[in-house]
Design a protein around this ligand. Structure first.
Ligand SMILES: Cc1cc2nc3c(=O)[nH]c(=O)nc-3n(C[C@H](O)[C@H](O)[C@H](O)COP(=O)(O)OP(=O)(O)OC[C@H]3O[C@@H](n4cnc5c(N)ncnc54)[C@H](O)[C@@H]3O)c2cc1C
Length: 411
């Protein structure tokens, strides 16, 4: 039997592709190495799954941090946030907005998302415990070798994810196939993850658990920055701003030392400068002033680091006030390492987008070969970007296959 299409991998991208193929009565299979599909999907968003976000399509694409972001335009244009919300609604699951930005299922359970993505599939088309080991190009399609059997197919959709959380099945196989078939790719590297800093562990151990609600984190000496919350931990730093900047820290660490600087006050830099300047001649204790700007522990730490005792502002030298100001708005932390790609939530890297047609996700070199989801060099920050990318590229790809098969039948 030669299948019209075989999907490798049952994450959000592969499941969405399978839904479209099923709906259009295509002769397809989905091969999944695990005993069930969607293992990572079930873990997403703290098991609540942040499916998408409230950004407009243009803003969604613009807020991505990689240069080739326009590649996603056709997929997101057809199946961005409004269509995803509608798709789940039509399948009986309303999505609700949180923090005015993130969409979650109203049940607050990722299993509800899983149910929607699997309920319309004919289970006989899903083959579990089928890990694809190799893909061979044949004259009229592909031979897929699994440990159990070989499969013949006219088209193959690689939806194997990245290297993040390999325990869920995402072990980077897509790039092994890409390499074997001669497609260019960028190796997977960690994104959306924690940063290790021995300086925090040792010199700042008393700050463990201290958080800054909103700050801008910059990589010193570069124009790279991120915005959001930050948390001091027992190993280094985490929080949304840190997760977002982690992939750039990874790249910068390959070149040399990396120091992050950030404002520790929850106030804008110019406000802090103005406030400090306005009271520099006053008889008010510096610790009280610092405690009005930041947490008690950070206030004390700043005084220690500046080597200034708790005196009135008017007794402190201009040089020491400048030192304190610098620590308030550019608190420095030297970073030693980024969490591994296996423990990162998402990976950067994947099959290069120049290898694929953005309207079909098909290889420009090998007809019938498709890559979708995180196995492609496409990823976003936290906030529903990655599930959205998986769903939209999966749909785009499968619809193009449906169209092609229809055309073939009409010929
Ligand atoms: C803890 C955690 C929380 C997250 N939370 C969110 C969130 O809330 N919102 C968000 O947008 N993103 C989130 N993400 C990211 C998101 O889960 C991924 O980007 C998304 O799952 C990628 O989908 P995918 O279909 O490309 O691949 P995956 O979900 O990785 O699925 C790949 C599938 O392919 C199978 N497979 C792999 N190799 C083979 C093979 N050789 N043969 C057969 N099958 C194979 C795997 O077993 C797996 O089922 C989170 C990630 C993690 C780890």
């Amino acid at each position: 039997m030669i299948y019209d299409a075989i999907v490798i991998g049952g994450g959000p991208s592969g499941l969405m592709a399978a839904n479209i193929l099923e709906q259009n009565k295509i002769n397809y299979l989905l091969l999944e190495k695990n005993d069930k599909v969607g293992k990572k999907l079930l873990l997403t968003g703290g098991k609540r799954c942040n499916i998408t976000n409230a950004l407009s399509k243009e803003d969604f694409i613009q807020s991505l941090t990689f240069k080739h972001k326009r590649f996603l335009y056709p997929a997101i244009k057809d199946f961005g946030s409004p269509e995803i919300i509608e798709f789940f609604k039509l399948n009986g699951l309303n999505l609700v907005l949180e923090e005015n930005f993130k969409y979650f299922p109203e049940t607050m359970k990722s299993s509800s998302v899983f149910e929607v993505l699997t309920k319309n599939l004919n289970m006989s088309r899903l083959k579990f415990h089928h890990s694809v080991k190799d893909i061979f190009k044949s004259e009229d399609g592909f031979i897929l070798k699994t440990s159990n059997e070989d499969f013949l197919t006219k088209r193959v959709i690689v939806a194997t994810g990245s290297n993040a959380y390999p325990s869920t099945g995402s072990s980077g196989d897509g790039l092994v196939f890409a390499s074997k078939l001669g497609l260019e790719f960028k190796a997977f590297t960690p994104a959306e993850t924690y940063l290790y800093a021995s300086y925090v562990k040792e010199a700042l151990s008393d700050l463990q658990g201290v958080s800054i609600l909103h700050t801008t984190v910059k990589i010193r000496g570069t124009k790279i920055s991120s915005h959001g919350g930050l948390l001091f931990t027992h190993f280094g730093l985490t929080g949304p701003a840190i997760l977002q900047i982690s992939e750039f820290v990874y790249d910068e660490l390959l070149e040399g030392d990396v120091t992050l600087v950030f404002n520790i006050t929850d106030h804008k830099d110019d406000e802090v400068i103005r406030q400090m300047n306005s009271i520099e001649n006053q008889k008010v204790l510096i610790l009280k002033v610092l405690e009005s700007l930041t947490t008690k522990r950070l206030a004390k730490k700043v005084l220690d680091m500046a080597n200034v005792s708790n005196k009135n502002m008017n007794e402190i030298s201009k040089k020491d006030i400048a030192k304190i100001l610098e620590l308030l708005i550019s608190f420095p932390v030297k970073i030693d390492a980024v969490e591994t790609k296996e423990k990162a939530f998402v990976n950067a890297g994947g099959v290069l987008t120049k290898e694929l047609d953005p309207n079909t996700m098909e290889s420009r070199k090998i007809k019938g070969l498709y890559f979708i989801g995180e196995t492609v060099d496409l990823h976003g920050p936290i906030g529903g970007y990655n599930v959205t990318i998986g769903l939209s590229t999966g749909r785009k790809c499968a619809l193009s296959i449906v169209e092609e098969i229809k055309k073939e039948k009409n010929q």
